[in-house]
Structure formats: structure tokens, C-alpha cells
Design a binder for this molecule. Structure first.
Ligand code: FES
Ligand SMILES: [Fe+2]
Length: 327
């Protein structure tokens, strides 16, 4: 992915105070800071002697380099060069578009399409904002979030029962420009602890991938959406993926709130299980002769996710597919 014209969640508002902060995006360090005109994001490398601006401080809405004190405003213009009496030269650092909304900081390269996604949809309660990181490539991490078939093994007992029982389900794979989804229906209630806490009968589970690296899971019950999790993932460095996760669900009163409080630590355990497996697989991938991962017959989204990342229309957009599997 070279161009990124979508808004992408990269940090939580509560983690950016008065000091500048570094984040990684596609192998580039960026500095986030609260500028005179709101959130600002620049390349985190002073053009003078390459010191990290994130190690400096924010003065009058500009980030000040810790080495010689040059200052850069939110648009990347050098606004102050200590000791200089003559006219300021025109120096400019590359700047990214930044936007803060609902406790989340979003970035975009280039002209973003539309506004950031509304995460507080009507009747929906935002339950948790979290940050997470995993080893590997973005497509592997996104696929892991959306992949239903690993839950029997990686999350045995937590998202699934201890028994090997499986149920016949229908899978519908559809897509459009920049997105692809797999909708699972006919699933009986799952047996794990998390399912027991969260759900009555589950009617439909949807796993959706959207450019640029957004993985969404939705659990639908007979009365509507029960829970949704959205992960904005970004390739931080060559082998590290970072993400902002948003857990949301309908307003359900006190009982619903209590269930969610119980759910969060279990969700974190599931994330840790996934992180461990992703790290093992990423470390192992480099051993032996170079080999692309095999796309198995139940890996419904992988090829289309790769197409979306390459800026192509996913095959499911023109040829929706239906499958029966045991899950
Ligand atoms: S390195 Fe930043 S001001 Fe000199
Ligand atoms: Fe998982």
C-alpha cells in the first residue's frame, strides 16, 4: 500500500498529552502532537541533524526539536530557528492529515475520503478502546481476527467448548470496492465461556475487511447487533503490526454493562493467545525455502484481502460465493 486515502485510527486521545509522541507507520516514525490547530502529525525526524522531534516538547503549538530548538508547526513549516536574526529560510517537513474524534486520533495520507467512521452509531454504546500490537504482517494479523476456523484450536475453551463438536453453517462471501466480508449463519450457540457470557442464540457472525487494514467482527442475535469489534491495523515496522481496537455493543442496561465488564478480560486473553500464535508463525515463516502461505479451501477472505491491499476490486464483488462448512 503506498497511497492511503482513508482515515485510520492510530492512537487513543488519552495517550497524547502535552508532550509529543512517536508512532510507527509503514516503517516511518511519525510524531503526533497537539498543535495550535489541533492534532498534528509530521515525520519524526528533524531535517537539520535528524534528531527525533518526539524527544522534544511542544511550545506555543509547535514541536520543538530537542537538539538545536528548531520549531515546526502542525503543517510542518519551520517557524523558529533560535539565534537567527535574518530572514527565516523556508523549511518544511512532510505533514499528515490528522483528526480527533470520539477519543481516537485518525491519520490520512493524501486527501481523505469522507470523515472518519462514526463509531457511536445510534443505540450503540462504545465499550472499550484498546491498543494492541502483534508480530507479523498486516494481512496475517487482519486475517487472524476474521478467521473463524482457528478458534477451535487457538482459543479452545474460551471462544469454543472443550468438545470437538462442530455445527453446519452457511457462509456467504460478498464484497465491493475496498471491502470483502464473510457472513456465517446457522451457527448454533457456541460453547466457550465468552459465548456463554455474551449471547443468547447467535444468528449471524460477520467478518469484514476494509482498506486500509480495518478488520471488523459483528455478532448478530435475533434482536440485532450484540457486539462489534473493529480493529484499525497498521504496519508499524517491517515485522510489527499495531492496532486500535474498538468494542461496541447496544445499550442493554446494567446487566449488559456487567456482562461487558466480565467480557473484557476474557477478550484480552483471546488477544494474547492470538498474539502468541502470530509471533510463532511469523518467526517460523522465514525458515526453510521461501514459500507463500497456502490459501486453503476455508480461507474465504485471504485472496480478496490481498487484492484490496493491492488496490484491486476483490473477486467477491463480482462473484459472491456461498459455502457450507462445519464450524
Ligand atoms: S537536529 Fe533538530 S534542530 Fe538541529
Ligand atoms: Fe483469534
Amino acid at each position: 500500500m503506498t497511497e492511503n486515502n482513508y482515515w485510520q485510527a492510530v492512537a487513543l486521545s488519552r495517550d497524547l498529552g502535552v508532550n509529543p509522541r512517536r508512532i510507527w507507520w509503514n516503517n516511518r516514525p511519525l510524531v503526533l502532537f497537539r498543535g495550535a490547530e489541533g492534532i498534528a502529525a509530521l515525520i519524526d525526524r528533524c531535517p537539520h541533524r535528524h534528531a527525533p522531534l518526539s524527544a522534544g516538547r511542544v511550545v506555543a503549538g509547535a514541536v520543538e526539536c530537542p537538539y538545536h530548538g528548531w520549531r515546526f508547526d502542525g503543517a510542518g513549516h519551520c517557524t523558529h530557528l533560535p539565534g537567527l536574526l535574518d530572514q527565516m529560510p523556508r523549511y518544511r517537513l512532510p505533514a499528515f492529515r490528522a483528526h480527533e474524534q470520539g477519543g481516537i486520533i485518525y491519520l490520512s495520507e493524501g486527501e481523505p475520503m469522507g470523515t472518519p467512521p462514526a463509531i457511536d452509531a445510534a443505540g450503540t454504546l462504545r465499550l472499550r478502546l484498546m491498543q494492541s500490537a502483534a508480530q507479523g504482517r498486516l494481512i496475517d494479523v487482519a486475517e487472524n481476527i476474521l478467521d473463524a476456523t482457528h478458534t477451535h484450536f487457538t482459543h479452545r475453551g474460551l471462544l469454543r467448548g472443550l468438545s470437538a463438536k462442530r455445527y453446519r453453517v452457511q457462509v456467504e462471501v460478498t464484497g465491493g470496492p475496498g471491502w470483502v466480508e464473510a457472513a456465517y449463519s446457522g451457527e448454533d450457540r457456541q460453547q466457550g465461556i465468552v459465548s456463554a457470557l455474551l449471547e443468547g442464540a447467535r444468528v449471524r457472525t460477520i467478518g469484514r475487511y476494509r482498506a486500509p487494514g480495518i478488520a471488523e467482527l459483528e455478532y448478530w442475535g435475533p434482536k440485532g447487533l450484540v457486539l462489534s469489534t473493529t480493529f484499525h491495523l497498521r504496519q508499524a515496522t517491517a515485522d510489527m503490526v499495531e492496532g486500535i481496537g474498538i468494542l461496541a455493543g447496544p445499550h442493554q442496561g446494567l446487566w449488559g454493562w456487567l456482562k461487558m465488564q466480565a467480557f473484557t478480560p476474557l477478550f484480552r486473553i483471546a488477544l494474547a493467545q492470538d498474539r502468541r500464535m502470530l509471533a510463532l508463525a511469523a518467526a517460523n515463516a522465514g525458515h526453510g525455502p521461501a514459500q507463500a502461505p497456502l490459501i486453503g479451501p476455508l480461507d474465504f477472505l485471504r485472496a480478496d484481502m490481498a487484492a484490496i491491499d493491492a488496490g484491486l476490486l476483490p473477486a467477491a464483488a463480482t462473484t459472491p460465493l456461498r459455502h457450507q462448512i462445519e464450524l
